[in-house]
Design a protein around this ligand. Structure first.
Ligand code: SAM
Length: 387
C-alpha cells in the first residue's frame, strides 16, 4: 500500500540518473507499459499496484510512482545498474538549487556527502550540462568506515567515479580552503547532520517534539548569547511544567536515534546542531573561488533552518566576502515556483530571506518529507584579506 502519513499518501520518488540513462530510455524499458499521468495526486490516488507514473514539475528527471511498484524498481536491472536512484523529491532540491554549470571550469564540493544521493545528483547535473573533461567533484565524509564505503559504492554505481574524489574519514571543517587542489571550487553543497525531524511523520513524533513547523517558537541562535538568562528561565519553566521526565525522541539523519529527557534537552541539542551547521557553511564561504552554496537539512525546526541562515548571513566571513542569500527571483526554474517558503517570523520579518528559503512538509499533501534548503551567492571577488 502507499505510504500514509497524517492521512496523506506519498509516492515513491525515483530519480533517473542521467549519467547512465535518460527518462526516455527508461520509459521505453523499465517503465514500458506505464501510463504517464499529469499529477502526483493521480499517482497516489491510483490503485497501489497500477502502472502509472508522473514526471515531476520541479525536479528534472524525477518520477513519482505508486509505492506498490517499488519492487518493480528495486528488482530492475536499471536500479541495480545505477540508472535509477530512490530519492525523495525534497532531497533533490539542493543540487537543483545549486545549479552547477560549466560556465568556466568550476569544481564542486559536497562537504557532508554520505550516502551520496546529493553528490551523485550534483555530479549528474554537471555532466548533463555538457561538462568538459576537467570539472571535478570532491566529496567529504567524516565517517571513515561504513558511511564512506556506502558513498564510494554509490559514486561508482552512479557512474561519476571518474570525476568524483571521495575523502572518507575527513572532517570538512578541517579541509584547507586555500589548498591548491580546491582553487577552482565554485560550488559547495552542504547537507550537514541535523535532527532528522522532517523524516518522521507528525503522527510518529512524540508530542514533546513540538514545537515544530512554521509556528515554532525557539529562540534564534543569533540572540542566544544575549538571552542566556531568559533561556535558563524558560528551561526551568518547562521543567516546572512536569515535562522534564518525559522522553523526547530525535532521529538523526545519520541513522542515530537519541532519547532526550526533556524539552530543554531538545533545545540544547538543536542549539548544538545549529552551531555545527553554521560552522560548516561559513567554512564553505572561505573557499577562494566559491560563488554558490546550498545549505539543507531534513529538519522542520526553525532553529536548524531559518535561524541558521540568519546567523550565516550575519557572520564575519559572509560580510567580508560578499556572500548574500540567493533570492527567489534568481533561483532556477522549478525552485522559484515551489510554493512553500521559509517562515517570515523565523526570519525576523525579513521577507526577502523568508521567500528565498525553501521548505517542504511531510504531511501537506505534496508527497515529500520535511526538508529545508537555502542558497547563498557571491557576486564578485570581494576582498578576502580578512579571511
Ligand atoms: N547529503 C547526503 C545524501 O543526500 O546522501 C546525506 C548527508 S547526511 C545528512 C550528513 C552526513 O555528514 C553524514 O554522513 C555525516 O557522517 C556527515 N558529517 C557530519 N559531520 C561532518 C563533517 N564535519 N565533515 C564531513 N562530513 C560530516
Amino acid at each position: 500500500a502507499s505510504q500514509k502519513n497524517g492521512g496523506r499518501q506519498h509516492p515513491r520518488w525515483v530519480r533517473v540518473n542521467t549519467l547512465r540513462t535518460t527518462v526516455d530510455e527508461q520509459l521505453e524499458s523499465t517503465f514500458k507499459g506505464y501510463e504517464v499521468v499529469a499529477t502526483v495526486a493521480e499517482v497516489v490516488d491510483s490503485s497501489p499496484t497500477k502502472k502509472v507514473l508522473c514526471l515531476d514539475g520541479n525536479v528534472p528527471n524525477l518520477l513519482a510512482l505508486p509505492q506498490g511498484r517499488t519492487a518493480d524498481i528495486t528488482k530492475s536491472e536499471a536500479y541495480k545498474g545505477g540508472m535509477l536512484i530512490l530519492q525523495d523529491k525534497a532531497s533533490c532540491f539542493p543540487a537543483v538549487l545549486l545549479d552547477p554549470r560549466p560556465d568556466g571550469d568550476e569544481d564542486l564540493i559536497d562537504g557532508c556527502a554520505a550516502p551520496g544521493n546529493k553528490t551523485t545528483h550534483a555530479a549528474a547535473i554537471l555532466e548533463a550540462r555538457g561538462r568538459g573533461a576537467t570539472q571535478k567533484v570532491f566529496a567529504f565524509e567524516k565517517d571513515g568506515h561504513k558511511r564512506a564505503a556506502t558513498l564510494r559504492d554509490m559514486v561508482r554505481r552512479a557512474g561519476c567515479d571518474d570525476f568524483t574524489e571521495v575523502f572518507g574519514g575527513t572532517d570538512f571543517l578541517r579541509v584547507d580552503p586555500d589548498a591548491d587542489r580546491y582553487a577552482r571550487v565554485g560550488y559547495l553543497l552542504l547537507d550537514p547532520s541535523c535532527s532528522g525531524s522532517g523524516i518522521v511523520g507528525r503522527d510518529e513524533l512524540p508530542e514533546l517534539c513540538l514545537p515544530r513547523g512554521p509556528n515554532e517558537k525557539t529562540t534564534p541562535p543569533t540572540t542566544k548569547e544575549k538571552k542566556g538568562k531568559k533561556r535558563k528561565r524558560e528551561d526551568e519553566n518547562d521543567q516546572n511544567e512536569g515535562k522534564k521526565e518525559m522522553p523526547v525522541m530525535v532521529i538523526d539523519d545519520d541513522g542515530e536515534t537519541t532519547i532526550l529527557k526533556s524539552q530543554a534537552d531538545l533545545r540544547t541539542r538543536i542549539t548544538a546542531l545549529a552551531t555545527f551547521q553554521t560552522a560548516v557553511v561559513t567554512h564553505a564561504m572561505r573557499f577562494p573561488a566559491a560563488r554558490r552554496i546550498t545549505y539543507s537539512t531534513c529538519s522542520v525546526y526553525a532553529g536548524e533552518n531559518e535561524h541558521v541562515v540568519l546567523r550565516i548571513l550575519q557572520s564575519d566571513v559572509a560580510r567580508q566576502r560578499g556572500w548574500r542569500i540567493l533570492e527567489r527571483k534568481e533561483q532556477v526554474t522549478g525552485m522559484k515556483e515551489w510554493p512553500v517558503r521559509g517562515d517570515a517570523d523565523a526570519c525576523g520579518g525579513d521577507l526577502t530571506v523568508a521567500d528565498a528559503c525553501i521548505r517542504t512538509y511531510r504531511d501537506d499533501g505534496r508527497g515529500t518529507m520535511g526538508f529545508f534548503v537555502a542558497g547563498f551567492v557571491r557576486d564578485s571577488d570581494s576582498d578576502d584579506e580578512e579571511r
